[in-house]
Design a protein around this ligand. Structure first.
Ligand code: DGL
Length: 270
């Protein structure tokens, strides 16, 4: 048993897709969430800048006495996971392995789509795991740089003409290839599941990177006997920019009123 909290971070809102799943799978756990809203998006930046930001995010979270960290950010997971695992002495789960393994298991025709940020697509990290897990699997990657800013600005609903046009254009090549499985390789993208599902159609399975990372953490905590037996877990939320927009969007997404529950911190201090 271990009552210490779990740290979760992302460049912004996207990591809440992992938090939502953690709350469902591990309701007794305390969670500390950090969204680097002052510096989102990370996905168009260099690997060096992403690693620098990721170290600051980790340093802030590690100011709490954590038992594990979930990097609920595809961009940090694809570019910085190995370095962070060397530098920090606690279990760290990223989204790449769990997501790519789930996709490799799921595909029937061997055609797996990957949508993610430019940095993640460039890294080749998802492809590397798929080819290990399912040598017959082929990954078709597409960077979707407009998705994160649109989601951060609340443009993620079916019927919103802007997101529907952008998503239609980004996903056309996946439809043309005939993928039967699509990895949402950025944790912001599950917020677009309805929009993406409508375009891809019912024959394509969407793999939610936030959810897969949460499942992998549950397995890890169970195997290492690190689960909490508290009656009910608590979640604290921190961001690096003003709290208002995040509070409103997070409340909508988590279906719970977070007004007054989000704190702003200065991430440059870490
Ligand atoms: N949620 C982040 C990811 O999974 C968004 C990256 C960004 O800030 O561009 O990649």
């Amino acid at each position: 048993m271990d009552h210490r909290p779990i740290g979760v971070f992302d460049s912004g809102l996207g990591g809440l897709t992992a938090v939502r799943e953690l709350m469902h799978l591990l309701p007794r756990e305390d969670i500390v969430y950090f969204g680097d809203t002052a510096r989102v998006p990370y996905g168009g930046r260099s690997p060096e800048t992403i690693l620098k930001f990721a170290r600051q995010d980790m340093n802030f979270l590690c100011s709490f006495d954590l038992k594990a960290v979930v990097i609920a950010c595809g961009t940090v997971s694809t570019t910085s996971l190995a370095a962070l695992r060397r530098e920090y002495d606690l279990p760290i789960i990223g989204v790449v392995g769990p997501t790519a393994r789930a996709a490799a298991r799921c595909t029937k025709n061997g055609k797996i789509g990957l949508i993610a940020t430019a940095a993640s697509i460039r890294s080749g990290a998802y492809e590397a795991v798929v080819s290990r897990e399912n040598p017959a699997g082929r990954v078709y990657g597409k960077a979707c740089p407009l998705f994160v800013p649109l989601v951060e600005n609340g443009r993620f609903r079916v019927g919103d003409p802007v997101i529907e046009i952008v998503a239609g254009e980004y996903l056309q090549s996946m439809k043309d290839e005939g993928v039967d499985t699509l990895m949402l390789g950025c944790t912001h993208y599950p917020l677009l599941s309805d929009v993406i599902g409508k375009i891809m159609g019912p024959g394509v399975t969407l793999i939610d990177s936030g959810r897969e990372a949460a499942r992998a953490l549950k397995t890890l905590l169970t195997e290492r006997d690190l689960l909490s037996d508290a009656p009910q877990g608590d979640t604290s939320y921190f961001v690096s920019d003003t709290v208002d927009g995040f509070e409103a969007m997070a409340s909508l997404f988590l279906r719970s009123d977070l007004k007054g529950m989000v704190q702003q911190i200065n991430i440059e201090k870490y």
